[in-house]
Design a protein around this ligand. Structure first.
Ligand code: BV8
Ligand code: ZN
Length: 253
């Protein structure tokens, strides 16, 4: 029984935008994985509450104490062995099935949950906890979630391995960034899910979507919406694991 509530009206507006959309991009942040049991960064109890960014998420931190940084990332990799995609992730798979090659996920997340859920066109702006990168020869390896210890070495050249994660003050992988820019330039609807939108250049994709010609319609899905409303056409306030499935159900209703 479809009880109408305070979300019904904005959901209907968002569903109408999606029905008219030729191409859709979804920009996701840690909030989409919160209901799977993956800690966000800036919420209460978030990752940045227990750790200083400068101790665990910068190149200097790794140079200073690689074992300490590996312990931080291994704890998050270990947590991923116990989590799975939630209905919010699965709604994005349904979107990709509907819009096919005119759909892309651009994610800031490094938890691999969009891939596990079944999305294929995924642009991972900040890397992936499943991958290591060698500080010597640069080889990138998918190591899944196997335990790596706090000083993994490259089997090819013997140098230290690092997580294949973009740390602060590091540039994003250029091919991924360009693909994300292209997707947002081409979209006529951008859905922003579960991000505080404070980290650049990822957050810059939102004003880009609004300022390009023709501008895209922008929908924000957030438990605690914060984006300034001249960028956002429709705000869907609620947990993405509830909101996104309801949105997709309305699009095809
Ligand atoms: C670069 C990897 C330059 C680590 C990450 C001053 C001003 C502006 C910019 C800067 C500045 N000083 C420095 C900069 C640049 C800096 C930056 O943007 N800093 C900000 C913080 C001030 N950016 C960089 O350094 C980038 N590189 O600029 O390089 C350069 C150029 C040329 C040559 C050399 C260098 C690199 C940025 C990448 C950093 N790496 N992650 C790791 O993951 O371990 S960023 C980190 O934050 C994560 O990737 C995360 O994805 C990202 C954003 O966080 P969110 O995903 O938004 O998560 P958050 O917790 O913040 O928010 C959660 C949201 O979900 C909330 O809104 C909440 O309400 C909502 N929510 C919660 N539950 C739910 C929910 N929503 C729906 N449903 C729910 N259930
Ligand atoms: Zn190597």
């Amino acid at each position: 029984m479809n009880t109408s509530d305070e979300l019904t009206e904005p959901l209907e507006a968002a569903a109408a935008i999606l029905r008219a959309a030729r191409s859709v991009v979804v920009l996701t942040g840690a909030g989409i994985s919160a209901e799977s049991g993956v800690a966000t960064f800036r919420d209460a109890g978030g990752l940045w509450e227990g750790h200083r960014v400068t101790d665990v998420a910068t190149p200097d931190a790794f140079r200073r104490d690689p074992a300490f940084v590996w312990r931080f990332y291994n704890a998050r990799r270990d947590n991923l062995t116990r989590v799975s995609p939630n209905p919010g992730h699965l709604a994005l798979v349904a979107m990709e099935q509907r819009w096919k090659s005119a759909f892309a996920v651009v994610t800031q997340n490094v938890d691999n949950l969009h891939r596990v859920a079944g999305n294929e066109r995924i642009h991972e702006l900040h890397g992936n906890l499943h991958r290591t990168r060698c500080t010597g020869c640069g080889v990138i390896a998918d190591r899944g979630l196997e335990p790596l210890g706090d000083a993994p070495m490259c089997p090819e050249c013997g140098h230290f391995l690092r997580p294949d994660i973009v740390w602060f003050n590091e540039i994003l992988p250029q091919d991924v960034w360009e693909a994300a820019l292209f997707a947002v330039h081409d979209c006529d609807c951008l859905i922003v899910v579960g991000t505080s939108a404070v980290v650049y250049p990822a957050a810059g994709l939102i004003p880009l979507a609004k300022r390009k010609t023709p501008p895209a319609k922008v929908i924000e899905v957030n438990l605690d919406p914060t984006l300034d409303n001249d960028l956002i056409d429709v705000v869907l306030a609620g947990p993405s694991g509830v909101v996104l499935p309801r949105l997709m159900a309305m699009v095809d209703a």
